[in-house]
Design a protein around this ligand. Structure first.
Ligand code: BMA
Length: 853
């Protein structure tokens, strides 16, 4: 579909006019060819095969059936040869005589992965060595009506080896550090090793006669209630001297600014001051509306539009506040002058085959982030600077982006060529992203500084080698990158490295952002999240198995078999299974049945991570953000994600949705006192009564506390309510407490899930077919812990992995194309804890109402 669209988008012609305007011809599509170009040459280089651009060699070979699906079984291992060879891509294309007669022509490549040399009609027009950059090559003298474009991709290995041997030491994580391409493709603890090669973003031919609007950036200069002052920075390439008109139209307000300018043949940047009266500010979706103003900028001459661009502008200020205070140093964001608590997750590329991500998949993932009440995502440094659509959607949906530069968990070179390459990459990408109101922060790298100081990387190095490596680090992350940000996007803060201090440093808890990997990597219990709360938690996580669908997909089996050999490549963490089991034994029953084990692994992940979220939010304003590791996957795998590689929500995503709501009630125990905090990120003040009811598992009230009037505005976020538990007679294993406040409530259990006394009554389910799927109402006479609904049919449950309270019916939807009621099943912790009494079949009442017309 995507390729069909780009193929159809042959030309962007601007309005009807006599003299033809500038044109952009898409050269993407499925009419490319590719061939193995390795030496010794295959017998017949004319053995060309069909290829699709954007894409990569691995995808093309897969489409041809020449390699097996690397997402399935252990096929990943058998496709490694592909990235060890050289490849050539070819496209023949015609250009209309109208376009060929234009003066200037550029071939524009938005993503070449990575070492490419490009020939047009047998002329070498350029070479590239950075997959993150956009390249333009002047082909004005070469373009014809019939053209042959050829791109040879050299495999990186030889180049990497040569660069490695230039140094008298080995850089940590070499050789990937020498190549500017997505670092996770060299293998990560949640991703396969697939070093793609090919044309991964669009290719086009840009042609014009007189002028071209090369770039536009509308910068907010100042904001008051009455007006926002903006500057439009317009970079214009002119090849024909003359008078031209610049029109800047605000399509949202109907105002147009016009300016006539004399242009000489050169590239000039004009700054045009603009204004918006009574501006509607851009807010994250949880605090207000993400208002956007749409602009159209045109270059005209004699009433003819020669070129134009459109952009959406959000009026907002965003600042990272790092100020010394009595504890250490703050780390929080101010949006439009107001401190804002960040809730979200770390984002990795949605598919290792980057060009495979469909627009609707982007839409879905970012809608899923909003649905889970996230207002920030961190685009992590081992992936890619995402495509324009990603940031457009974040702008529209009111999600802020913490943007890493693409460096992760390694030490990088600092020679002249490398620095020049990185500088060009940073300039390209900051220019591309700076218009987006969603951009909140640029961060130099992920965990490089922590790695250098804590992961033993210095052990085998001499003093002078250490000095050289650290100087290279400084040159990239403390000189080059901050300078680029400062010169191109000065209103956005730059942060050298995430985390600021590793967990071996005492300042971890008091300054900057932190990654808590005591939990998981160091095996600390989840309670550690409550014990050491940092100023901003930018990573913490725990693994779980993905959905049954994903497991069946990669094991290629109809049932769940956790001993299947394909887990050898679909669990990348050496101690992963062992850690899941150890943590499960602490807090949950450990099932012997594989399906149940997958279910409990997801409960465990949700239990641990939501414990962290609650602890972080309860520490507001000391702590001002919590981003868990990780939102999504790049293939089906056992990992830390809350949404699996097939787009299915794990228990964690449902739980994050609850824990990230603007208003969160946090009950916790200290010295046999049940203490309660009410955290509310919403700017609206609410005052209401709070009280707690203690129930047994059948819903009988054991105790109800006095009411107290409480307000959500509580600057220091103190405990607002206390219940002395020694005054109440209750059994910890068979009691739960429900805290009531305004229209929200919270549940509190007094023991770990595995120690709860749960009865094994069944659930009554009423199901009604509705146009969007099935409406389900569940009811039980006893508390049903962690109800998990699932179906063999594809679909999404509007709520899942929840506690069903005694005699409180709950209605939810199964959004699906299917209406087969008998394919919906459930599991509960009750069933697991009293396995011997497990009912043969759930007591589901099917009500097969017909779908209304
Ligand atoms: C963090 C990330 C990733 C890694 C994850 C889980 O450090 O930055 O590098 O995948 O931990 O180990």
């Amino acid at each position: 579909m995507r390729n069909l669209l780009s193929a159809l988008l042959i030309i962007s012609c601007f309005f009807s006019c006599k003299e033809s305007p500038n044109s952009t011809v898409s050269l993407s599509g499925s009419d490319w060819q590719f061939a193995d170009y390795s030496y010794p040459m295959p017998d017949n280089i004319s053995m060309w095969n069909n290829s699709t651009v954007p894409g990569c060699v691995q995808k093309d070979l897969l489409n041809l059936g020449q390699i097996p699906d690397p997402f399935k079984l252990n096929n990943e291992d058998s496709i490694q040869w592909v990235s060890e060879r050289d490849w050539v891509y070819k496209k023949e294309f015609d250009v209309s005589s109208e376009i060929v007669t234009k003066q200037n022509h550029y071939l524009k490549f938005e993503g070449l992965d990575t070492y490419a040399s490009i020939r047009l009609n047998d002329n070498l027009i350029g070479t590239t060595e950075n997959a993150f950059r956009t390249f333009e090559f002047d082909v004005s003298r070469i373009i014809k009506e019939h053209n042959t474009l050829e791109i040879v991709f050299t495999n990186p290995e030889g180049i990497e080896r040569a660069k490695e041997s230039d140094l008298n030491y080995t850089l940590p994580e070499s050789p990937r550090v020498f190549i500017r391409k997505p670092q996770f493709q060299y293998g990560w603890d949640w991703g396969p090793t697939i070093k793609t090669i090919g044309i991964w973003r669009d290719v086009s031919l840009v042609s014009y006669d007189k002028v071209r609007l090369q770039e536009s950036f509308i910068e907010t200069v100042s904001i008051s209630k009455e007006k926002a002052k903006l500057n439009a920075h317009l970079t214009i390439d002119c090849i024909k001297k003359g008078m031209y008109d610049i029109w800047v139209e605000n399509l949202s307000t109907g105002e147009t600014h016009k300016k006539r300018v004399p242009l000489d043949p050169s590239t000039t940047t004009y700054i045009l001051p603009l204004e918006i009266k009574e501006p509607k500010l851009w807010w994250t979706h949880n605090l207000g509306k993400p208002n956007l103003y749409e602009y159209r900028i045109q270059l005209r001459q004699d009433q003819r539009v020669l070129d134009f661009k459109k952009s959406k502008v959000g009026i907002r200020t965003i600042e990272l506040m790092t100020e010394k205070d009595s504890i250490g140093e703050s780390f929080y964001f101010k949006l439009n002058g107001k401190p804002i608590y960040m809730k979200g997750a770390n984002y990795i590329p949605q598919n290792i085959f980057l060009a495979d991500v469909l627009p609707e998949e982007r839409q879905k993932l970012l809608s899923d982030a909003v649905a889970a009440n996230m207002n920030m995502l961190r685009v992590w440094g081992g992936g890619v600077y995402e495509d324009d659509l990603f940031y457009d959607l974040c702008d529209e949906k009111g999600i802020l982006i913490w943007q890493d530069f693409m460096f992760a968990c390694a030490m990088y070179p600092g020679d002249k060529d490398f620095l020049a390459n990185v500088k060009a990459e940073a300039v390209d990408n900051v220019k591309r992203l700076r218009q987006h109101p969603s951009i909140a922060l640029y961060c130099g790298n992920n965990e490089n500084s922590e790695g250098w100081h804590r992961w033993g990387w210095q052990a085998d190095k001499t003093e002078s080698q250490k000095e050289e490596i650290w100087n290279s680090y400084q040159a990239v992350f403390n000189e080059l990158l901050p300078k680029v940000v400062d010169s191109l996007s000065p209103s956005i803060s730059y942060w050298e490295s995430s985390p600021k201090y590793g967990r071996g440093d005492k300042r971890y808890q008091f300054e900057g952002d932190a990654h808590d990997w005591w939990v998981w990597h160091d095996g600390y219990p989840f309670e550690h999240f409550e014990e050491e709360v940092p100023r901003f938690m930018s990573e913490f996580g725990f693994q779980s198995f993905p959905s049954y669908e994903a497991i069946k997909y990669f094991t290629a089996q109809d049932s769940i078999d956790l001993n299947h050999p394909s887990f050898a490549t679909h669990q990348k963490h050496a101690r992963g299974f062992q850690l899941i089991k150890e943590y499960m034994e602490r807090d949950f029953p450990v099932p012997t049945n594989d399906e149940d084990y997958v279910y409990v692994s997801q409960l465990l992940q949700a239990y641990g991570i939501s414990k962290g979220i609650r602890a972080h939010r309860a520490a507001k304003p000391y702590n001002m953000g919590t981003l868990y590791w990780q939102l999504n996957d790049c293939w089906p795998v056992v990992s830390w994600s809350s949404i699996d590689g097939l787009g299915n929500w794990k228990a964690l995503h449902y739980e994050a949705k609850r824990a990230f709501k603007n208003r969160l009630i946090v009950p916790f125990e200290e010295n046999n006192i049940l203490k309660i905090k009410v955290v509310d990120d919403s700017p609206k003040l609410v005052t209401n009564d709070i009280y707690v009811v203690f129930y047994d598992m059948n819903g009988t009230i054991l105790h109800q506390t006095e009411t107290k009037s409480v307000s959500t505005f509580n600057e220091k976020n103190e405990v607002v309510y206390e219940v002395n538990l020694s005054n109440i007679n209750f059994d910890r294993t068979s009691t739960f407490a429900k805290v009531y406040f305004d229209d929200t409530h919270a549940l509190h259990y007094f023991v770990s899930p595995k120690d709860l006394t749960l009865s094994n009554g069944g659930i009554n389910a009423t199901m009604i077919k509705v146009p969007t799927g099935i409406q389900i109402t569940l009811k039980s006479e006893t508390l049903q812990k962690d109800v998990f609904l699932y179906s063999e049919e594809g679909g999404h449950f509007s709520d899942n992995f929840f506690d069903l309270l005694p005699n409180e019916p709950k209605t939810l939807a199964f959004l699906s194309n299917t209406h087969s009621l008998e394919k919906i099943h459930y599991k509960t912790l009750n069933n697991l804890l009293s396995k011997s009494n497990r009912p043969q079949a759930p007591s589901i009442i099917f009500c097969d109402f017909s779908i209304p017309n």
